[in-house]
Design a binder for this molecule. Structure first.
Ligand code: ZN
Length: 410
């Protein structure tokens, strides 16, 4: 499925520029503990009241959130709340945090340029995109409210605006069809009271707080006039669930992928997801919903390039980096086991390690994950070939052909 239909850009440079200016102003007051996030802000042409942040600093604001804001302070409140989740490093598991940060660019490209499936590279066969990236806990919500309120306060905005906005959108829905925002950000108890407490701690409501701006009103008018993308094509940002039944057999004709670190071929009836250092290839029906709006790869190949500490080469470094990668994958996939310990092979003439892993398949039953790792100047290049155990034999040849086609740069 075309992800541009799932998460369409507003295609409104003014709006993105406005969100960026406002976002950076807020981010300047964010307690990041010295971490410099490369924040980017984008408007999504989706009427649902929502906004979401990818760890690593990509913030997406739905047009619906702009339209639902009565003033700039309320919009700033939603954005401050999202930024706080990033700064507080909420939501993603330890295993995925670093990977998300690393592959952020790939995800961005995947969402706006290619296909939502690109994000699946962040964890072996498991990903989610857009608003379904994660569901925060209520205590994380309260923390994001508290930090977000501080950010509003320090930026000169009415610090009550954050809680006011959430209260308003909840009241308007009257408990029916609650805004999409609440499906990812469960409403914490006593939200308004908690925010008021924080304002009191900060010394009470300052004088001359900013509530609105001419710019906000102009941007809101522009957003209201944007063409509407029909809701059924949005599918709430969720990746394509698989049609029933296994995917059709891999084509014997191969398409070519030219990356910066390597070239490779893949069956021409498979789709390419992601880009650059995070790319995967899967047949139609190779991605399956694994519940909770998440999708997993049941059939396909995932390729990742990850930086290696120290940049050392040699067999020792390859072994160490491979073990670390397996550890990371296992953290994100607790059921994953090593079925066959790493053994030496050659990939395009380079020393490589071949490891077999087993995991629960999104298609049901067990799956086999054949992992091949190589150290290159760009880092550890990993290929994970995924298929359910019962179908693995049918894919073995295809996987071998794909790996045989890999060519590294000079
Ligand atoms: Zn939240």
């Amino acid at each position: 499925m075309d992800a541009e239909k799932q998460l369409p850009s507003c295609n409104a440079p003014n709006v993105d520029a406005y969100l960026t200016e406002l976002g950076k102003k807020l981010a300047a007051k964010l307690p990041t503990g010295g971490v410099q996030y490369p924040f980017e802000f984008h408007c999504v042409n989706d009427k649902a009241i929502n906004a979401f942040a990818l760890p690593g600093g990509y913030v997406f604001v739905n047009r619906g959130a702009i339209e639902a804001s009565d003033n700039e302070a309320q919009l700033a409140g939603v954005m401050a709340h999202e930024l706080s989740h990033v700064a507080l490093r909420h939501g993603t598991s330890e295993a995925t945090k670093a990977q998300f940060a690393q592959t952020g660019v790939g995800i961005l490209g995947a969402i706006f340029g290619g296909n939502a499936g690109g994000a699946l590279l962040t964890e072996l066969g498991r990903f989610s995109a857009g608003g379904v990236l994660l569901r925060y806990s209520r205590s994380a919500e309260t923390q994001a409210d508290v930090v977000g309120t501080q950010v509003l306060y320090d930026s000169g905005y009415d610090p009550r605006a954050l809680a006011q906005f959430f209260e308003k959108i909840e009241a308007e829905s009257k408990g029916q069809n609650p805004p999409e925002f609440f499906s990812d950000h469960p409403n914490p108890e006593h939200r308004v009271e908690r925010v008021q407490e924080e304002i009191d701690k900060l010394g009470g409501l300052p004088r001359n707080v900013k509530r609105d701006s001419v710019e906000f009103e102009a941007i809101k008018r522009e957003v209201l006039a944007l063409p509407i993308v029909r809701k059924e094509t949005l599918a709430a940002g969720r990746p394509t669930p698989s049609p029933s039944g296994p995917p059709s057999a891999p084509s014997a004709i191969y398409a070519e992928y030219l990356g910066s670190a390597f070239e490779m071929k893949y069956p021409d009836n498979w789709k390419k997801y992601g880009e650059k250092d995070s790319i995967s290839f899967a047949p139609d029906g190779g991605l399956m919903e694994v519940g909770d709006g998440q999708a997993g790869m049941a059939y396909g190949v995932i390729v990742n390039v990850t930086k290696v500490e120290g940049g050392a080469g040699g067999e020792k470094a390859l072994e160490k980096a491979t073990q670390e990668l397996i550890g990371t994958l296992q953290k994100g996939n607790p059921k994953m086991k090593i079925a066959r310990q790493p053994g030496r092979v050659r990939l395009n003439g380079q020393l490589a390690l071949s490891t077999y892993l087993s995991n629960e398949s999104p298609a049901g039953g067990e799956e086999t994950d054949w992992l091949i790792t190589v150290i290159r100047p760009e880092g550890l290049v990993s290929f994970v070939c995924v298929a359910p155990q019962k179908d693995y034999e049918k894919y073995d040849q295809t996987f071998s052909a794909i790996l045989d086609s890999v060519r590294f740069g000079k």
